[in-house]
Design a protein around this ligand. Structure first.
Ligand code: ZN
Length: 687
């Protein structure tokens, strides 16, 4: 063993220098090249219309060379599920990603799915001795891992369900969803304003932190709530581990710790009202902004103590500075050059990109959907930010494309998905949130993003070598979300979900996921036969599986059949239309080692109907089962019938198969490089 090799091996054992740790077959030169560009949620009807109208010339040109197809999505037509099926070539029973949420069968509590966390530990409540760890719950094997073992070089960029990044031989990964913000949430934004009432202050339903500004001679002092302090959290866990009956001293200490559990940064805002400007002092920076102006990325450091510091970055947007002052601050993104945990493979890759491209957005859920949904920013600010998010990812793509260190390159942007979630109200004139005046200004928002995507396809086609197989695809399509369906309320009405006493009202996402809220408040489990969770999943409260199961396994099939029949018969009382166009039983759609984690029933809603947010949060608010969706979040795909919500696939090479499925991409890539397709893959090669 040469000295440098010995050093490399030693470095591997120490867990440093990840780039030199890759074992196995060295990269060989494959003459084949393949590029897959994913535009999350790109909808066939819109794509077909705009291609026909000449608005997407590069995609139309690509389709003319090979073909355009509708791509069958996963049974749960959600991005994490569908992209996991894309990566592994298999149904969710084999990869374990059934939904955004994962339930704990014992406690019925949900977790934002996809990852498991191991908490850090501290010696003397000060010195870190065990680093936190995040592991993916995704099972199966990604095609880039299989291909890498055979020497195929890959570049996997911001594909959903690639956080934490896998080790991949001969490859690089830049993580996408569910890479969180510094608070370990999908995206906690901040909003500071002079015109917030005391009642509005606090945490919003979908994860914002709102603070009222009190001006004193043009200056307001407030704070930005950063990450939870890991040392205080560890101390809290130690006390709680003592058991249910705590001493008074322990209780007093816990209360004190809770008050200090977040690391906060002071923020001072100077308002120059005549000039409609503000200067914001935060983390040693002083940022001057005019009304309607965005800042560049501002780096922030959050100190738990001398040894434990967390790095993040934010963008500020001065919403208003005329007769009120309103300031929006983005979720605290991880810094790609100083991430909290590795966010790329090799781990230095995310930082290397900063040297070339500057700081770039890292949050998996990169677009500002929640602040728009809560009306804290307007359509214009949302679109400006969304296109900036798109460009950040596009810059990474073009840079890696030119680096030519790949045989297969996969890249995904979710800007197409997010713009449709928020702007579908302009596509569907029957949507309760359709507004003619707004439509005149922002009705082309979705088209603008599709055209930006089309230009990127053109740029990619110009850069790739002749003969490169190019595939443009989406993981699912879109439907209108006009009516929200309170599935749990319906289950209560039908006698499947039992409640003790008066039912709880509305719940908020922050309460639920940061631990202060009570999920399933007042549910009487021993009398409950079924419950809905996540976005279109129904579970039977099965004895021997659920913590307080009530349905005997012998009755399982009968209860499922009964529920399926009732769901199929569920109609909109106003129109008489069926709310579901399909209802699917677990046993008919899933197979594999994670079968037991599957929902017993997957809904297949018809266009216009989506599960209510309250159902997702375990709520069963009293009242109507259906209510009009009066939020800007107006388009969706979750919980809809997978048969009616395909994605798209455009290839510069004709497919051998007229009805491609998302599970077919993995075996297609493997076969293209001559790599044996593993037996567990459900899909079939498309060429
Ligand atoms: Zn989506």
């Amino acid at each position: 063993m040469g000295a440098s090799r010995a050093i490399a091996v030693a470095a591997c054992l120490l867990g440093v220098g990840v780039g030199s740790c890759q074992q196995g077959r060295p990269a060989q030169r494959y003459s084949q090249k393949m590029v897959i560009l994913g535009f999350d949620g790109m909808e066939p009807t819109l794509t077909e219309q705009w291609m026909a109208e000449g608005r997407l010339p590069n995609m139309a040109g690509l389709a003319a060379q090979g073909g355009y197809y509708r791509l069958e999505t996963s049974h749960s037509p959600e991005s994490p599920t569908s992209w996991a099926s894309f990566a592994t070539g298999s149904n969710a029973g084999k990869h374990n990603i059934f939904d955004f949420l994962v339930r704990d069968v014992r406690t019925y509590l949900p977790d934002l799915g996809i990852v498991k966390k191991t908490m850090p530990e501290f010696f003397l409540d000060f010195v870190p001795i065990k680093m936190p760890k995040v592991t993916s719950i995704r099972g199966g094997t990604s095609f880039w891992v299989t291909a890498g073992r055979h020497g195929v070089r890959s570049s996997i960029l911001t594909v959903p369900v690639t956080f934490p990044p896998e080790d991949v031989e001969n490859g690089e990964i830049l993580s996408g969803l569910p890479l969180p913000d510094i608070r370990a949430t999908i995206g906690t934004f901040y909003y500071f304003a002079t015109d917030l009432s005391r009642y509005e202050e606090g945490n919003t339903e979908m994860g914002g932190i709102l603070k009222r500004l009190v001006m004193d001679r043009g200056v307001a002092r407030t704070e930005l709530v950063g990450p939870q302090n890991p040392i205080i959290k560890a101390r809290q866990r130690k006390i709680l581990a003592k058991g249910p009956s705590l001493s008074d001293a322990d209780r007093a200490e816990l209360a004190g710790l809770t008050a200090r559990e977040d690391i906060r940064l002071p923020v001072t805002i100077h308002w120059n009202r005549p000039e409609r400007r503000a200067t914001i002092e935060i983390g040693g920076h002083s940022i001057g902004l005019a009304e309607g102006e965005w800042s560049k990325w501002i780096t922030l450091e959050f100190k738990a103590n001398l040894l434990v510091r967390m790095q993040g970055m934010v963008q500020l947007f001065l919403v208003r500075a005329d007769h009120e002052l309103q300031l929006y601050v983005s979720p605290v993104n991880w810094r790609p050059d100083k991430p909290l945990l590795p966010m790329s493979s090799p781990s230095g890759f995310s930082a290397d990109l900063v040297d070339r491209l500057g700081l770039y957005r890292t949050l998996g859920w990169a677009e500002a959907t929640w602040p728009l949904n809560e009306d804290r920013i307007d359509d214009k600010a949302f679109m400006d930010d969304l296109l900036a998010a798109f460009d950040d990812r596009a810059n990474v793509l073009l840079h890696r494309l030119d680096a030519r260190k790949w045989d297969v390159l996969v890249w995904v942007s979710e800007a197409t998905d997010r713009v449709q979630h928020m702007m579908w109200r302009f596509v569907d004139k029957t949507h309760p949130m359709y507004d003619q005046a707004e439509a005149a200004r922002f009705g082309d928002s979705i088209l603008r993003v599709y055209q930006r995507a089309d230009r990127l396809v053109g740029e990619v086609l110009e850069r790739v070598e002749p003969g490169t197989r190019v595939i443009v695809m989406s993981d699912h399509g879109f439907h209108s979300f006009r009516q929200a369906v309170n599935l749990n309320t319906w289950l209560v009405n039908e006698g499947f979900l039992a409640i003790r006493g008066r039912r709880a009202e509305m719940k908020s996402m922050n309460e639920m996921f940061l631990g202060s809220g009570e999920f399933w408040e007042k549910v009487d489990w021993p009398r409950t036969k079924a419950y809905a969770m996540g976005l279109g999943q129904v579970f039977i409260n099965l004895k021997g599986r659920e913590g307080q199961g009530a349905v005997d396994p012998a009755d399982y099939k009968a209860v499922v059949d009964d529920l399926v029949a009732r769901l199929r018969a569920l109609t909109d009382p106003k129109t008489g239309r069926a709310i579901m166009s399909g209802v699917y039983k677990r046993d008919d759609i899933y197979s594999g080692p994670f079968f037991d984690n599957a929902p017993d029933i997957q809904t297949g809603m018809a266009d216009g109907y989506r599960v209510s947010w309250q159902t997702t949060l375990g709520g069963s608010p009293p009242g109507e089962i259906l209510y009009p969706n009066l939020r800007k979040w107006s388009g969706d795909h979750c919980g809809f019938d997978y048969k009616t919500i395909p994605g798209i696939l455009i290839s510069n090479h004709p497919l051998a198969e007229a009805h491609p499925r998302v599970i077919d991409l993995a075996p297609t890539v493997l076969q293209y490089f001559g790599v044996p397709i593993p037996a567990e893959v459900d899909g079939k090669p498309l060429f």
